[in-house]
Design a protein around this ligand. Structure first.
Ligand code: GTP
Ligand code: MG
Length: 406
């Protein structure tokens, strides 16, 4: 993750559901992730409420009886924030607010809030503000503005209280204004991207916290010459990297997450354009995470959304150093070997036969298997490069490991 900023240590309660589509294990995993998000936002999750339902209640997400339990708990423990694991509809939000009479957040507001905290450039801040306004517009209620005045903290940072307090028309005007502002910057950025020339562009993509930035640092520092270059004041970092004799541009991008708010995907269009305009994707995966396959799927869904799913891709399975597998003992009831029981080698073989994309297994932290990684990246970049520059193959002389010209 990006560095952690402790703003407050607001006590929160988490609420999730177990449904037909989301069994107990999934629900626990989602709530673990939600808790990680809460910590990132500077809060502290002190209790979880989970209800088994056929599907989330259309009016109150969980049953009203369960909500009363939550109410009793937050009242007796002096807790001011309740966070739901799914995006709440405007009606659900209003109904829940009526019962709990406290600050209610959902996964979307939490993610938006973290983005608001992390956004450093005016561009990123504008993108987040737009996403927040769009989310907020159908959800403006009296209670919201009333609460905003009294309570700050998670979910309340961003476009500012003044807009929230005023009516929808003003938020709409604000949205129009932010859109215009973004349009202007988008144009500038498109020009900047064009000015980068025809150099092959490689983008690191992947779920949040898988090690993209770590890999970016390893690859651009360990090379013979890797220039640190920030092309613009945006949050995506672009660097020039040279492997052997081919220079190319490498972009580190925003991490993806499950249930990424659609408003955010839209307003981060330009940031995601870095991915859209890339020639090659390095899809980084954290194989030490118990549900890394779900992560891969979530990333692929977002890549589909931004029409980038068919690009040449190298699957980079990272964190092999902390990969652990389950074992089956003689007296275990479970005797069938599943993917959880795969040794690293078995896992490698299974993935290599399962997917069409090239794949490589590394530890960016320990710099394990980096040679193989570079070799594969080099081969893929070279293919694109030679197609693009049929007459001028390489721009640099070849260097050996120690940086001497060969
Ligand atoms: N054990 C282990 N940890 C790693 C490895 N690579 C990265 N990490 C750790 O994983 C965490 C996340 O790394 P980042 O590089 O920030 O991940 P990221 O994908 O850029 O994350 P976001 O920017 O949040 O999307 C850090 O604590 C790293 O030290 C690895 O190969 N092995
Ligand atoms: Mg990163």
């Amino acid at each position: 993750m990006i560095e952690e900023k402790k703003v407050t240590s607001e006590k929160t309660v988490l609420v999730g559901v177990i449904t037909q589509h989301q069994d107990e294990a999934k629900s626990t995993e989602y709530l673990d992730e939600l808790e990680f998000l809460v910590t990132t936002a500077g809060g502290n999750a002190v209790k979880r409420f989970v209800q088994k339902l056929e599907k989330p209640h259309p009016k109150t997400f969980i049953g009203t009886g369960k909500l009363e339990d939550v109410k009793a708990y937050i009242d007796s423990h002096d807790i001011g924030t309740v966070i739901f694991d799914d995006e709440l509809s405007p009606a659900q939000l209003r109904n829940i607010e009526k019962i709990l009479d406290t600050k209610i957040l959902d996964r979307t507001t939490l993610i938006l809030d973290i983005f608001a905290q992390r956004a450093e450039t005016s561009y990123a801040r504008t993108q987040v503000a737009l996403a927040q306004c769009q989310y907020m517009l159908p959800r403006l209620t009296k209670l919201w503005s009333h609460l905003d005045k009294q309570k700050g903290g998670i979910g309340m940072r961003g476009p500012g209280e003044t807009e929230i307090e005023t009516d929808r028309r003003i938020v709409r005007d604000q949205i129009a204004l932010l859109k215009k502002k973004l349009e202007t910057i988008d144009k500038q950025m498109a020009v900047q991207r064009k000015n980068r020339g025809k150099m092959v562009r490689v983008a690191l993509v992947g779920y949040t916290n898988v090690g993209k930035s770590t890999l970016m640092n390893v690859i651009s520092k360990s090379e013979v010459f890797a220039e640190d270059k920030l092309f613009a004041t945006l949050d995506t970092t672009v660097r020039k990297v040279v492997i052997k004799n081919i220079p190319f541009l490498m972009t580190d991008t925003v991490g993806f997450i499950r249930k990424l708010p659609t408003q955010l995907v839209e307003s981060f269009k330009s940031t995601l354009d870095e991915v859209r305009e890339a020639d090659l994707l390095l899809h980084v995966v954290d194989i030490s995470h118990p549900t890394f396959e779900d992560h891969i799927n979530s990333v692929n869904v977002i890549l589909e959304e931004i029409e980038s799913a068919n690009k040449p891709t190298l699957m980079v399975f990272n964190k092999i150093d902390s990969y652990k597998h389950d074992t089956i003992d003689d007296d275990d009831l479970v005797t069938e070997k599943t993917e959880k029981h795969f040794t690293l080698d078995e896992l490698k073989n299974s993935w290599m036969s399962k997917i069409d994309d090239e794949c490589v297994f590394i530890s960016a932290l320990n710099k394990d298997n980096m040679e193989d990684f570079k070799e594969k990246v080099f081969d893929m970049v070279r293919e694109i490069h030679t197609k693009r520059f049929p007459y001028n193959n390489y721009l640099y002389s070849e260097y050996d490991q120690d940086g001497n010209k060969i």
